[in-house]
Write a protein that binds this ligand. Structure first.
Ligand code: NAD
Length: 433
């Protein structure tokens, strides 16, 4: 008889929770996953995964025997000692992290509970300490999640590092969590709870800083006639700098960077420390999305009544997540200038349609480009690289493209008849025609 693996409980079955549940099931653990949304639990129990995340649906269906989805907290508490908290921690109006869902979970734990609460949700430093204060008997481990949407399953299964934070008295609990991750082979970093919480926030803030930095370099490149792709390549070869996250574009979005950068800024501010650098990182990111409008205006003048096609809406490829997507700001700005906006995304159109009611959704990239006066590539979906751009040029009223991700080959686009503008490249023209 094969050895029974330690059961795992998961609370909150969104991107992080479902990946966590499915991956631990794949590693042979019986998993009970609890969400408060009955509809979500029902569809997962039928093997239907409603988010677009490569490999995840297959993993859920393949491990159906080891995966139980429920809305019942008691069923979860009875089934597993190790409970991963994966609920959402969105921003409040002030920019602080909203911990109400985390608090709701803590309130459901029975007094004297012998469970181990493992915090995967991204929370401000100090959260673990305050939960431990409220529930003195509880074992608490901080285990922040670093997966990236679009490659979440692969990231979970091949982690760069697993951070496990525990304070005095919770060494055994931390050891139990470390054993769960041992088979994955990534470096396991054991530390205290506050440091683990800070590692997560600092990592995201640093990556966002890299993006805003290269975007500012791109903006200077445009002025001095340099090419930011070449600059980034040359910088990235320096091993002290590294090449990742040095890709200029129209800014970061998504469910994590915007809220985590602001949450860290607010966390610092709440202690009386003004985190100046992050203030600039956020501002650069906001302005970067808006620069596209000026680029279009340089070519076609006023956007009033012009039809502008957005190619891609999701905050990045291989996901249908629209949280804080750059497309949302861009569509609003274009409409604010009087443009008629039409959009296409291979998987996010439905989610996006709920947020962008006044934007026309097209069924294909070519349909979106039909009759358009300009196009903006917003998300670097591979299908856009494979598009027949000569045909696209023929269909557009004016074949003008702003490549917001420097994704397409500018020479081929120009050969296909396009006026092409990237980010951080020499400007094709300087004044409105
Ligand atoms: N999405 C990412 O790429 C990512 C990566 C790393 C870390 N994180 C962090 O992980 C956390 C979860 O993010 P997500 O993107 O998976 O969120 P999500 O919004 O996709 O999922 C959260 C889920 O929790 C459920 N929920 C809320 N309250 C609950 C409760 N009391 N009991 C059970 N379920 C409850 C919601 O119904 C929802 O299904 C956040 O703190 C986020 O910052 C996310």
């Amino acid at each position: 008889m094969s050895e029974q693996r330690e059961p795992v409980g998961v609370i909150g079955v969104g991107w992080v929770g479902l990946v966590t549940a499915a991956c631990f099931a794949e590693l042979g653990h019986p998993v009970v996953a609890r969400d408060i949304l009955q509809e979500k639990v029902d569809s997962l129990a039928r093997g239907e995964v409603t988010i677009h995340e490569p490999e995840l649906g297959d993993l859920v269906r393949r491990n159906a025997e080891r995966l139980t989805f429920t809305t019942d907290m008691t069923e979860l508490l009875d089934s597993a000692r190790l409970l991963f908290v994966c609920v959402d921690t969105p921003p409040t109006y002030s920019g602080d992290a909203d911990l109400s869902r985390v608090r709701a979970v803590v309130e459901e734990l029975p007094e004297g509970s012998e469970h181990v609460l493992i915090m995967k949700s991204t929370v401000p430093a100090g959260t673990g300490e305050s939960i431990r204060r409220d529930l003195p008997g509880l074992s608490y481990v901080s285990c922040p999640e670093f997966l990236k949407e679009g490659t979440a399953v692969a990231d979970f299964m091949n982690p760069d590092r697993v951070v496990i934070g525990a304070d005095a008295g919770d060494e055994d609990a931390a050891g139990a969590v470390a054993r769960l991750y041992q088979p994955l082979g990534g470096e396991i970093l054991r530390t205290d709870v506050a440091s683990a919480e800070m590692i997560k926030l600092a990592s995201n803030a640093f990556l966002a800083t890299k993006i805003s930095f290269i975007n500012e370099i791109a903006n200077v490149c445009e002025e001095v006639g340099a090419d930011v792709a070449e600059v980034a390549r040359g910088m990235g070869l320096d091993e002290r700098i590294g090449s990742s996250f040095l890709r200029a574009g129209i800014g970061y979005g998504g469910s994590c960077f915007p809220k985590d950068v602001t949450a860290l800024k607010m966390l610092a501010g709440n202690t009386g420390y003004h985190f100046q650098l992050l203030t600039a990182v956020v501002e650069v990111n906001e302005l970067q999305k808006r620069r596209v409008v000026a680029k279009l205006q340089r070519h076609i003048g006023s956007l009033l009544g012009k039809r502008v096609a957005l190619l891609g809406l999701a905050f990045k490829p291989d996901t249908d997540d629209m949280r804080e997507a750059s497309s949302l700001v861009l569509a609003a700005r274009l409409q604010g200038e009087g443009a008629e906006v039409v959009a296409y995304d291979p998987v996010a159109s439905e989610r996006a349609g709920e947020l962008l009611g006044s934007v026309e959704m097209a069924g294909s990239a070519l349909a979106a480009l039909d009759g358009a006066d300009a196009a903006v590539l917003v998300t670097e979906w591979p299908e856009f690289a494979a598009l027949d751009w000569a045909e696209a040029a023929g269909r557009m009223a004016r074949p003008l493209l702003v490549d917001g991700r420097n994704f397409l080959d500018s020479e081929s686009l120009r050969a296909a008849g396009f006026e092409y503008e990237g980010i951080g490249k020499k400007q094709e023209i300087g004044a409105p025609s």
